[in-house]
Every structure is written in C-alpha cells, then in structure tokens.
Design a protein around this ligand. Structure first.
Ligand code: HEC
Length: 191
C-alpha cells in the first residue's frame, strides 16, 4: 500500500480542528445508525415481500406483520450493542406500542413539510438529532404502492376485518403513494 503525503496547513485554527473532529464523529454515528435502520427495515421488508408474492391478497403478509413485526423488532434490538436501539414510529399508528414521542413528532412533521413543499430529497433523507447524551438517526418511510393494501384508502373487506379485530384503534390507513408513512429511528447513547 502506498502512503500519500498529506500537507497539513500550520495555520489551522483550533476551532476548525474541533469542527472537523465533530464531523468525523457524527459521520461514524450516522453510519452506525443507518446500519441498524437497515437491519430492521431490511428484515421487515424482505418478509413482507415474500408473503405478498406468495399471497397477493395481502392476508398472509398481514398475518405476518400482526404476529411478527414486534417480535422481529425486539430480536434485532437484542443483537445491537447495549447503547443502541432501533424502532419504527408514525404520526398515525397501527400498533400503539409504536407511538411517537415529541422529538419523533417534530421530525416527522419536518419530513411532511418537505414533501408538501417538494423540497424532499430521497438521496439526502437522513436526519440527525442530539437529545442530551443520545443521538437519534431518522430514516423516513415513504408510502409505496405495495403499502397501500394495508395502509391505503381502499382496503379489501378481509383486510379491514382483520385490522378491526387486531387493531381496534388503528389509525394507519388512508395513506397515499409518496406520503410519509413513518420513520425508522436509531438511538445511540454516548458510550
Ligand atoms: C400486509 C399488510 C401490510 C403491508 C402491505 C404493509 N404494512 Fe405496515 N403494518 C402492518 C401491520 C399489521 C402493522 C402493525 C405491526 C405491529 O403490530 O407492530 C404495520 C405497521 C407499520 C409501521 C409501524 C407504525 C405503526 O403504524 O404501528 C410502519 C412504519 C409501517 N407499517 C410502514 C409500512 C410501509 C412503509 C409499507 C410498505 C412498504 C407497509 N407498512 C406495508 C401491515 C402492513
């Protein structure tokens, strides 16, 4: 391996150096957060796709989400380092366990505003928030066609029936393609 000679300007001020260090730390935390977000998002999405393919009515996928989404989230959290956690939340929840807190709500409202104002950039969609000793990394979940079977305006009778039984307080319907369905958020404590 070749080593490059890096010329460091001697006039580099202390504050600039500090800013640089922060940038490096932030980047690492961001990457770590995205990794955990992908673990949860990837696991749920691949299962969802498999079930939707096997049964296009959505009933098999619905059974899976109802029975397993929470368990899969817990299992992934068990695999993470003690200082980290990952979860899904939304402004309109299906499962009450996924309720948003004040910071989540603020971030999701910001995403909704960007989408409404057409300033939302999918390639640059991660938001980072510092909350005391915890860094939160947010990834938005935009409603796709595939989500509409269970979160859209026009649900089949069998899906409606199952949702009414399992989620009597369900709010996660009437979404349209391109709208914000929710977020995945990783919380990383100082360690
Ligand atoms: C086959 C039905 C089905 C489909 C398709 C589906 N979901 Fe869901 N979704 C559910 C169920 C059921 C829950 C509640 C799971 C639980 O109990 O934790 C849920 C929960 C969620 C949550 C957690 C917040 C909440 O409301 O409790 C998010 C976020 C979410 N879905 C996003 C999506 C996105 C994005 C898509 C499309 C890529 C999608 N869903 C497709 C059935 C579905």
């Amino acid at each position: 391996m070749k080593f490059k000679t890096v010329l460091v300007p001697v006039f580099l001020s202390a504050s600039l150096f500090a800013a640089d260090q922060n940038a490096t730390t932030d980047k690492t935390i961001k990457q770590e957060g995205i990794e955990y977000i992908k673990m949860l998002g990837g696991a749920l999405k691949s299962e969802l796709q498999t079930h939707m393919k096997a049964d296009p009515s959505g009933m098999s996928a619905l059974g899976f989400c109802t029975a397993k989404a929470d368990e899969i989230t817990q299992n992934i959290n068990k695999k993470l380092p003690k200082y980290a956690s990952v979860r899904r939340t939304s402004l309109k929840n299906r499962n009450e366990k996924n309720a948003a807190d004040a910071i989540d709500t603020q971030i999701m409202q910001a995403y909704e505003k960007e989408i409404a104002d057409k300033t939302f950039i999918p390639e640059n969609d991660i938001k980072i928030v510092q909350d005391n000793d915890t860094t939160r990394i947010y990834k938005p979940l935009i409603t796709e066609t595939a989500c509409l079977k269970c979160h859209g305006k026009d649900l089949s009778d069998e899906i409606k029936k199952s949702l009414a039984v399992n989620y009597p307080k369900d709010q996660a319907v009437d979404f349209t393609e391109g709208s914000l369905r929710g977020v995945i958020v990783t919380e990383i404590k100082k360690h």
